[in-house]
Design a protein around this ligand. Sequence first.
Ligand code: ATP
Ligand code: MG
Length: 209
Amino acid sequence: MRIGIFGGTFNPIHLGHLRAAEEVREALDLEKVLFVPSYIPPHKELASDVPGSVRLEIVRLATRSNPFFELSPFEVEQGGNSYSVRTIEHVRQRFEAVPWFILGQDAFNEILTWYQASRLFELAHFAVMSRPGAERPELADVLAEEAARFRPAPDGYVSSEGNRIVFVHVTPLDISSSKIRDLRRQGRSITYLIPKEVEEYIGRERIYE
Ligand code: ATP
Ligand code: MG
């Protein structure tokens, strides 16, 4: 099965996430994209105190109309620090396939700081999405000595074990969760930046006010 894993804090999920995931799904012909909200992000403080259960609900509302998108509560249910290696191992077992790990260029540029970074490249293929404001450096500048196992291939790189890194240019949407939280804090409109259902939920529950 051709399966994608899209992790994030999704605090909240926005149209930048959704459109980028849809374009990657189409570009890589994925049969399913699992959206995996993280429990405690190891690399950043959660900007607002929004529990996992609420972020799960937000992602559920945002993804339910797309038959290719599926919500995975795996990291929230696991609790503790969320490590992508664990999530990838879980997905490999569940689907008996090597998944595509989907992330933005900004996140990819920091991947060496992730838990067991080197194993990540053995467990999954990578789909790196362009993102406004994020540069695309040379692979060696991002992966340091890890880059040695990759050689150039169509759209990106392939490792000696056959694991791929593919760069997908997606429609540039300069939207971030931080921007949405800022607008909310200032009492400003977030209409057309996030799905209508999520906007209504956030308004009703008075989140990020
Ligand atoms: P924050 O501002 O809180 O960091 P964010 O908008 O970056 O939020 P995250 O949950 O941190 O959202 O991102 C999850 C994943 O989605 C990351 O891999 C990130 O690079 C990617 N991503 C987020 N927004 C976009 C976008 N507008 N275009 C492409 N990729 C994106
Ligand atoms: Mg981010």
